[in-house]
Design a binder for this molecule. Structure first.
Ligand code: ADP
Ligand code: MG
Length: 448
């Protein structure tokens, strides 16, 4: 061994002790010692990417150990040696080089999706429906060690899951700068994993996740039914949780309701804290609108705010969209914002909300679809030809209206709410196997 190699081997051993095998294998072994000239220690790596990463993360420690072993050294310089030959990689083969480069840039570093600067705790309005999720998110963001692991956030669309996740990331970034945070959508996670598989480098893939402090995966429902991705995620997840790294997951359903998700994973996901975000209340919608309005500095009268909060009750994203539309059009027409103007601007949007389906509609359409009498839906006749349409009508009433089960029962000849639950369950289970019924429900929904 030359003295240079021995010198470098001492330094890299120090680095290995400090950072562990994973970092050592990924980032230190690709470095080649070149020479020591004057007081500069020259190292070589084979591409820009490695140079950048190593400079950013390990250069100061490399310098530190270099000085320890050779007091004369004042500086470490990393060069790019494009010719450095990879073991088993043919030289001068454009295809191979290209492939190697691409693969490296794509998966050798798991990239976090950029954070949206508007999605912070300061901009998040708290109300009854989201206070648990908010408190849990805050707690995680402020605590240096893990508190609940994992935190599992779930809700329908547009209710603030992504907003809370970004907020946690911003807050940790500010408070605990040393922490490595990765925020990914489940799709991105899957994409990166598939890429890694293609280049047969799943070991590297796992190892990279193992070095992070906080892993956030948004919309985990996208890996439902994707078995190998789930498998990979399961191992990554366990490894992180076992090492006390914080994991935060969001989904559109509770862990138990995630269909196509392996049971062991479902149960793991529910181990920490599961917090749901409920539909917004009128009061929360008003507060959210007021907070957004305050930030734009535009004058919006109270009756307009009330009107928006009253009519756009589906989710916050649409509420924001409606407000923006009203503000934009008033700017465009150079008009101040009034209730009339607002109603006019939102005509089409509001129409779709107005068109609420009633139980009477459902009963009428179901009866005519199955060519039975409406009264047969209320009757207690136990004839097979009537039972299915009756249960379909009950199922659709539960699905398409906001009425409670007892209220639905009343509208079906004064039945008990347990009958409605039974009917809903029955149809749900039939839908798993009965293609004809799936078709019927789809047609009826379209008609309604
Ligand atoms: P999800 O991820 O649950 O589908 P998002 O977090 O993307 O929903 O939220 C949709 C939009 O609504 C975003 O612009 C977000 O800033 C806004 N939003 C949701 N909840 C709140 C809230 N409580 N306060 C302020 N803005 C909110
Ligand atoms: Mg989201």
């Amino acid at each position: 061994m030359s003295s240079l190699s021995r010198f470098w081997s001492d330094i890299s051993n120090n680095l290995r002790l400090e950072y562990g095998d994973t970092v050592y294998n990924s980032w230190i072994t690709p470095i080649e010692p070149l020479k020591i000239e004057d007081d500069i220690f020259y190292l070589a790596v084979k591409n820009d990417f490695l140079k950048e990463w190593i400079s950013k993360h390990y250069l100061s420690r490399i310098l530190h150990y270099s000085k320890n072993h050779n007091a004369q050294i004042r500086q470490v310089e990393i060069m790019i040696n494009h010719c450095k030959r990879e073991f088993g990689q043919p030289q001068n083969n454009d295809m191979n080089n290209l492939k190697f480069k691409e693969s490296e840039n794509d998966y050798n570093i798991i990239k976090s999706i950029p954070l949206d600067k508007n999605l912070t705790f300061d901009e998040f309005v708290v109300g009854k429906s989201n206070e648990l999720a908010y408190a849990a998110a805050k707690r995680i963001a402020e605590s240096e060690t893990t508190v609940y692991n994992p935190l599992f956030l779930y809700s329908g669309v547009g209710l603030g899951k992504t907003h809370l996740m970004h907020s946690i990331a911003w807050s940790i970034r500010e408070k605990y700068q040393y922490k490595k945070i990765i925020y990914l959508s489940a799709e991105k996670f899957m994409y990166q994993f598939i890429k890694a598989l293609r280049y047969r480098n799943t070991m590297d893939f796992k190892d990279q996740f193992r070095t992070i402090d906080v892993l956030m995966i948004d919309d985990i429902q996208f890996i439902c039914g994707k078995d190998s991705t789930q498998e990979e995620f399961f191992h990554t997840f366990n490894e992180l949780v076992n090492n006390n790294r914080q994991v935060i997951i969001s989904a559109d359903k509770s862990p138990n309701d995630l269909e196509g998700m392996e049971n062991r994973l479902k149960s793991r996901l529910g181990w920490g804290l599961v917090a749901d975000i409920d539909k917004t209340t009128f009061e929360l919608r008003v507060s959210i609108l007021e907070s957004k309005i305050a930030r734009t500095g535009v004058e919006v009268p109270g009756d307009v705010v009330n009107y928006l909060a009253d009519t756009i009750d589906s989710n916050v994203r649409e509420l924001e969209g409606a407000l923006n539309k009203v503000i934009a059009s008033s700017n465009f027409f150079g008009q101040s914002i009034t209730l009339d103007h607002t109603k006019n601007v939102l005509k089409d949007l509001v129409k779709s909300y107005d068109k609420k389906v009633t139980i009477e509609d459902i009963q009428q359409k179901v009866a005519s679809y199955y060519t039975i009498k409406m009264s047969d839906l209320f009757s207690h006749k136990r004839i097979k030809q009537l039972i299915t349409p009756r249960q379909v009508a009950m199922y659709l009433s539960k699905d398409l209206t906001t009425l409670s089960l007892p209220d639905i029962g009343k509208k079906f000849g004064g039945r008990d709410h347990t009958t409605i639950i039974y009917a809903v369950k029955k149809i749900e289970s039939l839908l798993q196997t009965d293609k004809g019924l799936v078709e019927d429900i789809r047609n009826l929904k379209r008609i309604l």
